[in-house]
Design a binder for this molecule. Structure first.
Ligand SMILES: [Zn+2]
Length: 509
């Protein structure tokens, strides 16, 4: 007779409890199961990038476009992009052992369909904009109202973990970002129906059935856990969006919060450093969203959110989206507190060696730039410094500044830490050190001149690194010498530089 246990102590009669350190890097604290009902092991399973189960269709599925689908039993497969995600509350009629359900809107270039996706142990790895393939044996008519929406009236119900006859595959590596990027009702060279500016939407356009707005992401807020009234919690994230007419907040709730960041919730803490950061999928100033029928609340600001009938196109293929990106990049430079000095735009050598010294006034420059906004101007300006704010900025810890995650960073140091992403950011001298500057025709306010690295050294007589080592007496001395002094600026002007006068070099007198 052989016993599995070496000694027959009382311990042998109890089931062994799992060793706490075994293969699980995430510690299971007493609160870790509160929230969505997933254990850390389940979440880890879901996060594995390799497909957890390789699915092989057992019968032949007819390949369809969404517009070719019709209600009834039939083995069909179709592709599209996720255009909406809605967390469905678990109801009594929930299939046995399902832990949750997502109501997805899947659209291709012509039509959309509602897909109910049940899950037990594998949280579906879907984002707004994900390219997916769906296999199902049945398409239903959503006449019961709640299940599907008017924009996606047919629906398919999938529970891949329980039913081998259906499947949803997210194309992560095979998505080159080109398929199914056309908005519904798109016609080459024609305006998309019901597309309006954000301001028009705010001014009453929201009443139009199927109203559409095209906006660009301006900033992406932090993901937060929010307590509901019933004690449960959900995730929330605010995205600042804008077009050239207005701005708004787009509030995301629940699973859609995963879309911008590209990671799972606080469940997926990176075991190495405990942070939840990853490469964002949505980028401020780049990601364009076409929202059809968003939910809205207009008060002091404009708050948009996703209703069950909203359709979201992430980076849709349309000319207006490219225009909006270009507009946003110009706008960003205009609004930036310390934009980088434009490289390769101006020709300092030509300016310095030219036998002709073209002396401008601020008034000339204003007039010429309005008359020929796409031209590049270079020349000389003779100015007087009326204000220098070296000491004030030093005292407030604002000698240097930069920007990250649409937030300003100030410090008396050449680097600073972003409050949004906690990254180290290189800082440059604060343009507001140079206060008001005048010539005979006009004055220019603080921060309106953009100085190159050379120009700053010309002005202050030392490098930023050296400046930061100086004490208040030395800084006061530099400021006093500069105040009311006459300087010659070698400048360039170009629309892409956000309407600022770019100072390449500075000489006295
Ligand atoms: Zn940042």
């Amino acid at each position: 007779m052989s016993s599995p246990h070496k000694n027959s102590s009382i311990q042998a009669f109890f089931c062994p409890s799992p060793a706490p350190s075994r293969s699980s890097p995430t510690k299971q604290g007493p609160n870790s199961s509160i929230g969505d009902g997933f254990t850390s092991q389940e979440v880890e399973e879901a996060l594995k990038s390799t497909p957890p189960m390789t699915w092989q269709p057992e019968v032949e599925y007819a390949e369809c476009e969404i517009r070719d689908l019709y209600p009834g039993p039939r083995a069909v497969t179709f592709m599209g992009r996720i255009a909406n995600i809605f967390d469905v509350a678990i109801a009594p009629k929930t299939p046995r052992s399902a832990k949750g359900c997502l109501k997805l809107c899947v659209k291709d270039d012509h039509d959309a369909i509602t897909v109910r996706l049940w899950y037990a142990n594998r949280f579906p790895n879907v984002r707004l904009g994900s390219l997916v393939s769906v296999w199902t044996n049945h398409i239903s008519n959503g006449e019961s109202g709640n299940i599907s929406s008017s924009s996606a009236p047919l629906f398919a119900s999938l529970f891949p973990e329980r039913d081998r006859g259906c499947h949803l595959m997210v194309h992560e590596n095979s998505d080159d970002g080109t398929m199914f990027k056309r908005p519904l009702s798109y016609r080459e060279g024609r305006q998309i129906p019901n597309l309006m500016t954000l301001q028009n939407f705010i001014d009453g356009g929201y009443d139009v059935i199927g109203a559409r707005i095209l906006v660009i992401v301006k900033s992406i807020g932090q993901r937060k856990r929010v307590e509901r009234k019933d004690g449960s919690s959900t995730e929330n994230m605010n995205i600042q969006v804008q077009d050239d007419t207005a701005g708004a907040i787009l509030g995301l709730w629940g699973t859609p919060c995963l879309s911008p960041a590209g990671t799972f919730a606080d469940k997926d803490k990176d075991p190495a450093n405990g942070s939840t950061k990853s490469t964002p999928l949505w980028k401020a100033g780049e990601t364009v969203l076409l929202l059809k029928s968003p939910a809205w609340k207009i008060g002091r600001g404009t708050y948009l959110s996703l209703s069950t009938t909203t359709i979201v196109d992430v980076d849709p293929e349309m000319a207006d989206a490219d225009w909006l990106r270009r507009w946003a990049s110009r706008q960003k430079i205009r609004e930036a507190i310390n934009p980088p000095f434009p490289e390769g735009v101006f020709d300092l050598q030509a300016l310095m060696t030219s036998p002709l010294r073209c002396l401008y006034t601020f008034a000339d420059l204003d007039e010429f730039s309005r008359a020929a906004p796409n031209e590049t101007f270079q020349g000389y300006l003779s100015v007087l410094i009326m204000e220098i704010r070296l000491l004030e900025n030093w005292k407030r810890g604002m000698l240097m500044c930069g920007e990250c995650c649409s937030m300003p960073i100030y410090a008396n140091s050449t680097t600073g830490t972003c409050k949004g992403c906690e990254k180290k950011v290189d800082l440059r001298l604060n343009p507001k050190i140079l206060g008001q500057v005048i010539d005979e025709t006009a004055c220019v306010g603080p921060g309106k001149l953009l100085l190159s690295v050379h120009a700053w050294v010309d002005l202050l007589g030392c490098s930023p690194e050296r400046l930061l080592e100086l004490g208040s007496e030395e800084l006061r001395h530099i400021a006093e010498q500069l105040l009311f002094s006459r300087l010659t600026l070698l400048f360039g002007w170009n629309r892409e530089a956000g309407g600022r006068v770019c100072v390449m070099r500075i000489s006295a007198g």
